[in-house]
Design a protein around this ligand. Structure first.
Ligand code: ZN
Length: 285
């Protein structure tokens, strides 16, 4: 179903490019149209010599409720022109082959591609940053959160060991990662800052200004120096096993999808957005 508004907005504020996920009606649930629109926006910002830093944020009350598993604009069966790698398209393939090809491209591959952007990216997070939404915040270099922001990966309720981009142990530390996964509980903004996942927490009304101010300060640094500093830290994380850890967890993720499909009705253990909400409510969360 076509949506009236662009699913991603691109604006400039001084030397900062502001990229805004724009499906507020669906709490910015990420469909493939949004994925490729984000990629367009990031490409544009990285190619523009007048852009020194990028802010990624969400329109409305929430950053992102995660991957689109039930809005009218869900487009999981559409074959977009692929960019993250050379895997063949998932449309018309069966079972695990289809799921693996699709998620390799639109989730793991795209997130890796975005993490490698040579310009600093600052996430401005308000409200929900859940499951697939976490992946988008985690590919950013810095995270500024509003006081009402919350972070959660409840997909263990689907029998799946976390979202496709399994950066949890590196961005949260092992114990907080296990707590988030085992309980499905929300991590609030202050706790997220305490454990080092978030850089700054600000009042909700000040979020956009705070993210822009930080981006503006960063953008004053020399471009090449910033790019090399970013690469140096990312390489250090990869030397701590992040890259291969993501690959091995992606395999477990697909074992879980396949198990669900083998013993039940679908690869998500019969869960859609409503089912996940109901399960959370039943557990008193
Ligand atoms: Zn998946």
């Amino acid at each position: 179903m076509a949506e009236q508004e662009p699913v991603v907005r691109y604006e400039r504020s001084g030397r900062t490019a502001v990229v805004t996920m724009n499906r507020p009606r669906y709490r910015n649930a990420q469909n493939s149209a949004m994925t490729y629109a984000l990629d367009d926006a990031f490409y544009r910002a990285c190619a523009d010599d007048d852009v020194g830093a990028i802010v990624l944020t969400g329109a409305g009350d929430h950053f992102s409720a995660g991957h689109d598993i039930g809005s009218p604009g869900r487009d999981a069966d559409v074959d977009f022109e692929r960019r993250a790698g050379l895997w063949w398209g998932h449309v018309g393939k069966d079972g695990g082959e289809s799921r693996f090809a699709r998620e390799q491209e639109v989730y793991l591959g795209m997130c890796r591609r975005w993490r490698e952007m040579p310009k600093p990216v600052i996430a401005g997070v308000r409200g929900a940053c859940v499951a697939g939404g976490l992946m988008l915040a985690w590919v950013c270099d810095l995270i500024v959160a509003a006081e009402d922001a919350f972070f959660a990966d409840p997909v263990v309720r689907m029998g799946i060991p976390g979202v496709e981009y399994f950066a949890h142990p590196w961005v949260l530390g092992p114990r907080a990662a296990k707590e988030m996964l085992f309980t499905g509980d929300r991590l609030d903004a202050r706790r997220a800052r305490e454990i080092g996942m978030v850089n700054r927490v600000v009042p909700r009304a000040e979020l956009d200004a705070a993210a822009l101010e930080l981006a503006g300060q960063v953008a004053e640094m020399p471009r090449f120096g910033l790019a090399l500093a970013k690469k140096a830290v990312n390489q250090a994380e990869d030397l701590m096993g992040r890259h291969s850890g993501l690959d091995s967890a992606f395999g477990l993720h697909h074992l879980a999808h396949a198990h669900n499909a083998e013993v039940g009705s679908d690869s998500l253990r019969g869960m859609d957005a409503k089912g996940m909400k109901r399960a959370a409510e039943e557990s008193g969360r």
